[in-house]
Structures are given as structure tokens and as C-alpha cells.
Design a protein around this ligand. Structure first.
Ligand SMILES: NC(=O)c1ccc[n+]([C@@H]2O[C@H](COP(=O)([O-])OP(=O)(O)OC[C@H]3O[C@@H](n4cnc5c(N)ncnc54)[C@H](OP(=O)(O)O)[C@@H]3O)[C@@H](O)[C@H]2O)c1
Length: 300
């Protein structure tokens, strides 16, 4: 247990609820999935590597008695894979014993501070996976979320959003790519998307929250050069375990809606203000339109 986070717990049960957690084979996503399964929810582990996804499902089943978890393939760097995943969710027989429902879409997967790369569809990788992939996934699953209302979308952002600026004139990163700036931009996009989504689905039973999990000891640092990792280790007591890193996501999942701020940002199980640019509704609107344009979708 680190010194920087107070232990949070809740005995809310989620029997009869269905959740999708992206990037659930490791890190914060796996701990989130495990927690929700422990509360009785059916959890779909949306993973790009099915071998890792199946292993995570086996781990959770071993650790949580009676866990209802399945792994499904989802590569957020490939819009075709996102379409196939959504189609699979709408058509899958896994939850037909009642009726098809989706109460929690937890957009958790992420890549961070990686060398320049592109998604299958030609988007810069961090913007493409962290923002556009989840934006598209939410678009495709929104009907099911509305049908299952009350339901929630939870987007994993980061404190680094405060360093982020949406570079509308260079979203592909071709002119000037910096791995940290590109990550911060994608995490700013998560905040702006959450705000705009919350507004657009108001009154339809779908609410949205963004989460900053804090500094968490996961595989997210895989692309970071050694010295930076060493600095993190020096301040190791500030780093959360993956289970602690999942607290705020679970908090936004189980806390009654009237105690949460729709569209808001949560850190350490409490509401916090995003930085000023993260509250700019004009940028949020522009990002929405540009994201639709890039993906070739109409989402009003
Ligand atoms: N750890 C931190 O300190 C920290 C701080 C602030 C915010 N966050 C945010 O928290 C979230 C979870 O991060 P984490 O720390 O748990 O990282 P992690 O351990 O690296 O896990 C990231 C997950 O995302 C998956 N993923 C990556 N690219 C994908 C793609 N194209 N399609 C589908 N899944 C993909 C990974 O799959 P593979 O295993 O197959 O690569 C993995 O399951 C991220 O959104 C991150 O930005 C983390």
C-alpha cells in the first residue's frame, strides 16, 4: 500500500450488470475487471492479444469465486477490429440468457510515450488508440448503452492532460512529433470527449466520467527510457499498485449517479477540476467534429 492513497472500499454489488473493460489483460484494466467481477458483474475483457486476454480471464476466474468473465478481441489501432468487436457484442450469445445489455463501458486501454507510429488506419498511434479508437468504440456501442440505461462510460485520462494541447493542424504528428506531448494530447482528448459526450447523452440515461488514476506501477512505462523509470523508482512510495490505481475507476462505476458530476474528472475517488483547456467546450466541440470527420462517421 503506498502512502499517497487512502484505502477506498465499497460493498456495492453489480449482479445483473454487464461491463466492458478495454485493455483488461494487465495493469489497471485487469484490476478493474477483477473488482467488478467480484461484485457479481459480467465482465468482457476487450484485449488486442487474445492469448493474454484468455490468461487474464483464467487468472480472474481463479481469484474470484463464480466470476463471469470472457475475453474478446479488440485492437483499438484498427477500426475494422473495433467494428468486429462491436458486432460481436451485439450478436454474441454470451448474455442472451437475459437480454443484451451494457451498463459500463470502461475505456481503459492506452499506449504511452511511444516512438512515432501509426494505426492501421493511418492515425498517429497515441491519438489513434487512446482517443479515436475509444471514441469510435463508444459510438458503435451507444445504442446498447442507451438501451441498458442507466449506463456509464468511463474514460481513463491522466494528470498529464494538463500538458496537452489538441494540435488540430498536426493531428497526424507528421510535422512535429514528441512522444510526451502526443500522450498528453491524447489524455486531453479523453477529458474533452467525456465532457461533450455527457452533454450529448444528457436525459438519455447515459452518463460519462473521466478518471486520472495517479502514478501506477503497470506496464505503461514500457516505452520510457531508463533514467525516467529510475526517477519513478526513486519516488517509489508515491506509486500506486494496479489495484489502487483502479479505485477511481471503480468509484465512478459504483457510486450513485446523483453523487457524481456528469462529464467530470475523478482522481483519488473525488471530483477534481481538469486544467483550464480541459474545460474549453469550444475545443471539445471541435474535437468531436474532427474525430467524426477522421473516422468518416456522423454522430450528432
Ligand atoms: N500507469 C499510470 O501511471 C497511469 C497514469 C495515468 C493514466 N494512466 C492510464 O491508465 C490506462 C491504463 O494504463 P495502465 O497503466 O494499466 O497500462 P498498461 O499496463 O500498459 O495496460 C495498457 C493496456 O492497454 C492495452 N492496449 C494497448 N494498445 C491497445 C490497442 N491497440 N488495442 C487494445 N488494447 C490496447 C494493452 O494491451 P497489451 O498488453 O496487449 O499491450 C494493455 O492491456 C491508460 O489509459 C493510461 O493512459 C495510467
Amino acid at each position: 500500500m503506498s502512502l499517497c492513497v487512502s484505502k477506498w472500499s465499497s460493498d456495492v454489488r453489480l449482479e445483473g450488470k454487464t461491463a466492458i473493460v478495454t485493455g483488461a489483460n494487465t495493469g489497471i484494466g485487469k484490476e478493474t475487471a477483477k473488482d467488478l467481477a467480484g461484485r457479481g458483474a459480467r465482465v468482457i475483457l476487450a484485449c488486442r492479444d487474445m492469448a493474454k486476454g484468455e490468461q487474464a480471464a483464467r487468472d480472474i476466474t481463479r481469484e474470484v469465486k463464480g466470476a463471469k468473465v470472457v475475453a474478446r478481441q479488440l485492437d483499438l489501432a484498427d477500426t475494422k477490429s473495433i467494428c468486429q468487436f462491436a458486432e460481436n457484442i451485439y450478436n454474441s450469445g454470451w448474455h442472451t440468457h437475459t437480454h443484451k445489455t451494457l451498463h459500463y463501458l470502461i475505456n481503459n486501454a492506452g499506449v504511452a510515450i511511444c516512438p512515432y507510429a501509426m494505426t492501421v488506419d493511418g492515425f498517429e498511434l497515441q491519438f489513434g488508440v487512446n482517443h479515436l479508437g475509444h471514441f469510435f468504440l463508444t459510438f458503435l456501442l451507444l445504442d446498447l448503452l442507451k438501451h441498458s440505461a442507466p449506463s456509464r462510460v468511463i474514460n481513463l485520462s491522466s494528470a498529464s492532460h494538463a500538458m496537452g494541447k489538441i494540435q488540430f493542424d498536426d493531428l497526424s504528428g507528421e510535422k512535429d512529433y514528441h512522444p510526451v506531448k502526443a500522450y498528453a494530447q491524447s489524455k486531453m482528448a479523453n477529458i474533452l470527449f467525456t465532457r461533450e459526450l455527457a452533454k450529448r447523452t444528457e436525459g438519455e440515461g447515459v452518463t460519462a466520467y473521466s478518471v486520472d488514476p495517479g502514478l501506477v506501477n503497470t506496464e505503461i512505462l514500457r516505452h520510457i527510457r531508463r533514467p525516467l523509470v529510475d526517477i519513478f523508482k526513486t519516488f517509489g512510495f508515491l506509486i500506486k499498485t494496479p489495484a489502487e490505481g483502479a479505485y477511481s475507476t471503480v468509484y465512478c462505476t459504483v457510486t450513485p449517479e446523483d453523487q457524481l458530476i456528469n462529464g467530470g474528472l475523478y482522481r483519488d475517488c473525488a471530483s477534481v477540476e481538469p486544467c483550464r483547456a480541459g474545460r474549453d467546450d469550444g475545443t471539445a466541440l471541435k474535437l468531436w467534429a474532427v474525430s467524426c470527420h477522421l473516422l468518416g462517421i456522423r454522430w450528432r
